[in-house]
Design a protein around this ligand. Sequence first.
Ligand SMILES: [Zn+2]
Length: 329
Amino acid sequence: MIKKQRTIPLRVHILRAMKRRVRPNHEKYEDLLMELGIKEAGIYGEQALDYYLKLLPETDTTHFIFHDLRLPYRDTHFQIDTLIIFSNFCLLLEVKYVRGTIYFDPKNNQLIQEVEDKPLKALQDPILQVSNQCYKLTSWLKHKNLPIVPCEKLVVLTNPKVIVKVLSSPSIVEKHVIKSPALSEKVIPLHKKNPTQFFDKKTLNRICRLLIKDHTPLRSSPIEQYKVITSDILTGVLCPNCPHHVVMKRIHGKWRCPNCLLLSHDAHIEALRDYALLISSEITMEELRRFLRIDNNYIIRRLLKNMKITGTGNTKSRTYNLTPLLTKT
Ligand SMILES: [Zn+2]
């Protein structure tokens, strides 16, 4: 049973909005595109695992699945891609979507990636990463006065085309690295290895509750990190159909793209969501005029009303709250 669904992190929503809105000649534009690319591949890889999670063997007790957990550890936090709690052990999955040929080198705590004719790239050792997460999860269980259960770990490679090679400690790689179709097959012996039931039904429910309660989403802002200021952010209602920044024009109550001629009734919603993600969740009438490139307050008020966006304050300093648009991302 899935106890915590995977959600697209706020940072990814912000990066996607930055891709649309930050002027492409901004000195950090390529860097933010690169980060977004890595994050999108991660999301794709985790989604690709879902099918195999459904095939996990049935046991006497239900197992609980948690995606994207971020839990406190001392003064910091640690992240787990997927955690599966069985009554007899915990299983941590470090999910990787990587391309090309990868060389595992646990002895030197590294993973080397080779993609076509590009220079070799050193990546973080995922076996070490998931081992650290196991250690921190055990410490978390101790801290919560929960039974200390065996912690098993696997690195799951979700790209079927990736070629795996091993440079050192082959037995460690064989034990802890799999491709997603092997998940079920790998879990069966783990049940045999850990026959003792540590968690009764009540404790299992308690763990699930505490994991959800302690989960702390990351709230870092890529806007500050990439030094993007308001004047770097393009205004206007963008065409959802055109790959590059094409600003639509409002004609006869609709938005029209001058490039592909697409007509839209609601393209302004995405624009205001971008504003909320990149600038502020509150907006004034003056800012609405600037950002939507409409100079008619009456039209703006009607659009806001249709979106059920309400204002506070007197007429001159009235601000509108865009938060409801963010919940739909
Ligand atoms: Zn267009």
